[in-house]
Design a protein around this ligand. Structure first.
Ligand SMILES: *[C@@H]1O[C@H](CO)[C@@H](O)[C@H](O)[C@H]1NC(C)=O
Length: 370
């Protein structure tokens, strides 16, 4: 009797630590399968939950350094996604405030989808880390994570946004693999892209959107996606080997939530407000007293980035706020994911890759419409 009570108290305590605002960590085996280093039997169980297997085809014999960077980014991204879905499933299962689904059959079907998605993300992680091991380099280890949501609708909305960022960056990864000649890995990345797109159809419908956002999904770059994950989810200094990932973490660009919400509720040409932190030492001389040395870029769909000047710039202590038009057009601009970034006006704004190479970049600000 006593031992049953004690073990249920312990079980309760474990669940409650998982669902509190304590950062998520894999340290105490929250998934109960030793992920991210499961045994072969545990992998079999994950595959069953995922409705399918890790590829049994071997990666090519060698890979370029730049390809290792892409594989590290994929592992880094998938590790945080698994953490997110594990925490979300626990929140729903335990009826945490804001996560209670009253209708029993809805709760069952949402959980069934999320459990498969979590297992599929686990296999994506293992696939990338196995490839790194195959290329005789260290796998990526997980960080601790904090998710900026506290209810089901916001959580699924966030899942849709970070999935869009993954769908964007995997285009960049495929294109890098092609230019580096590592074509043996392109097909598998394509298999993940379609898979993540299927997931996003579920997330979007949950948010009362149509399942397919755009004819041609918004592209991203490795630096923008790596920055977004670090800025939004990673507990600073909690990643054992993030230093091996040769990508940039930009300073954040915040999209004002009120102006964004009104755009989302009523998509039409409008003005958005943004802010960023002044770097140490204050504004750079080349930004100019009228701020024309900086420009805002919007990356949307497969189109040439749209640029705008910074209007009504105000400096309050070390926060710079400004306004910029967002010229929504249902046919040509602003549906789905738009990635906003402030960059040196001297930069080449002809492509997302070139914007990410600018001397100064604040971003990505993430805008989702429809
Ligand atoms: C789970 O719920 C806790 C408590 O509200 C919250 O802090 C955390 O962000 C939630 N996690 C997810 C992934 O929704």
């Amino acid at each position: 009797m006593f031992s049953t009570l004690t073990s249920s108290l312990i079980a309760f305590w474990c669940l409650s630590t998982m669902t509190s605002a304590t950062p998520f960590s894999y340290d105490n085996n929250p998934l109960k399968n030793n992920f991210p280093t499961p045994s072969n039997d545990q992998i079999k169980a994950i595959e069953t939950q995922a409705h399918g297997s890790l590829p049994n085809t071997a990666p090519p014999a060698t890979a370029q350094q730049n390809t290792l960077t892409s594989l590290r980014l994929i592992a880094f991204n998938e590790l945080f996604e698994v953490a997110f879905f594990a925490e979300l499933i626990a929140n729903i299962t335990n009826n945490v405030d804001g996560y209670k689904i009253n209708d029993v059959s809805t709760k069952k079907s949402v959980l069934a989808s999320l459990i498969a998605i979590q297992a599929q993300e686990e296999l994506h992680t293992l696939d990338a880390n196995n490839a790194l091991k195959h290329f005789k380099t260290d796998p990526i280890q997980p960080c601790h994570y904090d998710f900026p949501v506290s209810n089901l609708n916001d959580a699924i909305g966030l899942a849709s946004t970070f999935t869009d960022m993954a769908l964007g960056v995997l285009q960049d990864v495929q294109s890098q693999l092609g230019s580096d000649g590592d074509i043996g890995l392109i097909r598998g990345v394509g298999a993940i892209i379609g898979q993540e797109g299927e997931q996003n159809g579920l997330f979007r419908q949950f948010g009362n959107k149509i399942p397919s956002a755009l004819p041609f999904l918004t592209t991203s770059t490795r630096d923008f996606t790596f920055s977004a994950i670090n800025q939004n989810f990673v507990v600073p200094n909690s990643c054992p080997n993030i230093n091996v990932i040769d990508l940039k973490i930009f300073s954040p660009l915040t999209v004002d939530s009120e102006t964004l919400k009104s755009l989302q509720q009523n998509p039409k040409p409008t003005t958005l407000k943004f802010s960023f932190q002044l770097p140490l030492g204050g504004p750079k001389p080349e930004w100019g007293s009228d701020w024309t040395g900086l420009k805002l870029a919007y990356i949307n769909q497969q189109n040439i980035p749209v640029t705008e000047n910074l209007h009504n710039v105000k400096v309050n202590t070390d926060t710079v706020s400004f306004e910029a038009p967002f010229l929504f057009d249902a046919a040509t601009f602003g549906n789905g994911l738009t990635i906003a970034a402030v960059a040196s006006a001297s930069a080449d704004f002809s492509s997302p890759d070139n914007i990410a190479k600018a001397p100064v970049v604040f971003g990505p600000g993430l805008i989702e419409v429809n």
